[in-house]
Design a protein around this ligand. Structure first.
Ligand SMILES: Cc1cc2nc3c(=O)[nH]c(=O)nc-3n(C[C@H](O)[C@H](O)[C@H](O)COP(=O)(O)O)c2cc1C
Length: 146
């Protein structure tokens, strides 16, 4: 297998820069997911996205070159900032094999209604490590899939 095709997983978090209320943010997340699902399917990339307490957390997995190209576009996106790479490493199995890009956890508008999702998702960016973020994403993904 070519080195650029070996399965890699990348984990990062970033700070939201979308202004407006929860509904505006929900709309942006829907847009991001629609584009991501189209691009990632084509590129053989899978993963999961989470939003909480003003931050995004995301895992991307797929052939090295595809993950790098996707992350380069994501880093240039002005809808978030302070993109912080937590891990980029080879892996033998995908954590999100069925998801071109799955959104896990509550949408911001729902979270507002229920008084915040910090408690439900356990995503606290200030204490994040790659393993912890991946575990959080994976745990929520398993709940979603039942
Ligand atoms: C938090 C966040 C996560 C994103 N995740 C992806 C993704 O998984 N795949 C993807 O193709 N684009 C993703 N995007 C969107 C890209 O930044 C970019 O807008 C999109 O790929 C289109 O790129 P282009 O305008 O250069 O064609 C994400 C954006 C944000 C803010």
């Amino acid at each position: 297998m070519n080195e650029t095709e070996i399965l890699h997983r990348l984990v990062y978090y970033s700070r939201n820069e979308v202004e407006g209320g929860a509904d505006a943010l929900d709309a942006v997340i829907d847009q991001i997911l629609a584009v991501s699902q189209r691009n990632n399917t084509e590129a053989d990339v899978t993963g999961a996205l989470l939003f909480n307490t003003g931050c995004f957390g995301q895992a991307l997995e797929g052939p090295r070159r595809a993950v790098e190209a996707t992350f380069e576009r994501i880093q240039r996106d002005t809808r978030h900032s302070d993109v912080t790479l937590l891990a980029f490493e080879t892996t033998t199995t995908r954590a999100f094999p069925n998801w071109s890009m799955g959104y896990v956890g509550a949408k911001p508008a729902d979270a507002d209604r229920f008084g915040g999702i910090a408690q439900t998702s356990g995503f606290d960016p200030s204490r994040m490590t790659a393993d912890r973020l991946l575990q959080t994403l994976h745990g929520l993904a398993m709940e979603e899939e039942g």
